[in-house]
Design a protein around this ligand. Structure first.
Ligand SMILES: *Cc1c(COP(=O)(O)O)cnc(C)c1O
Length: 353
């Protein structure tokens, strides 16, 4: 039977976001979705072990008040500068719904996080894709290109390239753009700097963060954004009333309080990242400098074939089949042992041809 499609036209036409594979097998070395190879901080296990399930009878705090207070306190801000989401993807969705009219446009550099385009399709709004130059920097006419848009997403550091942009260039965006400049800082904990100072200085600047990468908590879904209260106030009206569940709120608070554990694991990952980068370069890869927990690398053999060949060794990385990315693979940083297995398999693949 040929059932009719009842969806809105824009929904019927779109293909939807494609997440990285999540295989069930524990034998797979999983370097494809930028998860953290280390466990979450000890306080998370402690809390879950003693969690009082009787409290789940009630709805959770609608605005994650304790998390807002803690994030605000750590950054010397008031709590109304912080808004929490069910992962930072939830906040990106809320942003598009809050700040982009159907007749307006969402702008973002390209190549970047592929969810941005999908969110525009769902909202049935136009997109302005600003092609990064050969050095993966924003072109000089970025503001002119983006002038019709009311929201500009900038992943900084960028994914899947792992590269970043200068803070001076970011300040110019905030100054010249007639809308919200949203810095998606999913990887900021692995980077040299962040855009929080811009949020303090420009009322149209937003940063979003996530516990998925640096805090090893992709499974609980917690992200937050920091912005002027005139911005968070609007988004507050658009978000689902209870967008973050009670278990996530409790565990996330424990993780956010333990900054020293997070910094220690991030430093370890950055060290492994640099060692892996050197080793791949020695094997003939061209590896972009990374400010994240992954490497974007051009193998000395066709990238898609290399990606496929690694699967035979139970090693999963990511390949993006688009013009700007097709010669590269993205490799998440795992433990030292996992990266050794990757390098050994790579050496065998390159030798066998
Ligand atoms: C992983 C990632 C996110 C999503 O983070 P969640 O908090 O897990 O939803 C957002 N933006 C970028 C650029 C990412 O790589």
């Amino acid at each position: 039977m040929n059932a009719r499609i009842y969806a809105r036209n824009n929904v019927a036409r779109m293909s939807g976001y494609v997440p990285g594979e999540q295989p069930d097998s524990p034998d797979v070395i999983k370097l494809n979705t930028n998860e953290n190879p280390y466990p979450p901080c000890p306080g998370v296990q402690e809390l879950l072990t003693h969690f009082d399930t009787a409290t789940l009878r009630r709805y959770p705090n609608p605005v994650c008040q304790e998390i807002r207070d803690e994030v605000a306190r750590q950054n010397g801000l008031k709590s109304d500068w912080v808004l929490c989401g069910n992962g930072s993807d939830d906040l990106l969705t809320i942003a598009v719904r809050s700040f982009v009219d159907p007749g307006s446009a969402l702008a973002y550099p390209s190549p970047t996080y592929s969810l941005y385009a999908v969110l525009a399709q769902i909202q049935d709004t136009n997109v302005v894709e600003i092609e990064l130059d050969d050095n993966l920097q924003l072109p000089t006419d970025t503001l002119a290109q983006a002038h019709a848009a009311t929201l500009l997403f900038v992943a900084r550091p960028n994914a899947p390239t792992g590269t970043t942009y200068s803070l001076e260039a970011m300040a110019k965006l905030c100054e010249g753009f007639n809308g919200i400049v949203w810095f998606d800082e999913a990887y900021a904990d692995f980077a040299d700097d962040d855009c929080l100072s811009l949020v303090r200085n420009y009322s149209n600047a937003v940063v979003s963060r996530t516990l998925s990468k640096s805090a090893s908590l992709a499974g609980i879904r917690l992200g937050y954004c920091i912005a002027n209260p005139t911005v968070t106030e609007q988004m507050m009206k658009v978000k689902d009333s209870y967008n973050v569940n009670a278990i996530t709120q409790a565990l996330a608070l424990a993780a956010i309080r333990d900054q020293s554990y997070m910094r220690k694991t991030c430093a370890k990952i950055c060290k492994t990242r640099e060692e892996t980068r050197d080793a791949l370069c020695k094997l003939g890869f061209e590896v972009l400098p990374s400010q994240t927990n992954f490497l974007f690398a051009k193998p000395p053999v066709p990238a898609q074939a290399y990606f496929q060949a690694l699967k035979a060794y139970n090693i999963l990385i990511r390949y993006f089949d688009a013009t700007r990315t097709q010669d590269y693979v993205r490799i998440s940083i795992g433990t030292d042992a996992e990266m050794t297995r990757l390098l050994e398999a790579t050496q065998t693949i390159l030798t066998k041809g």
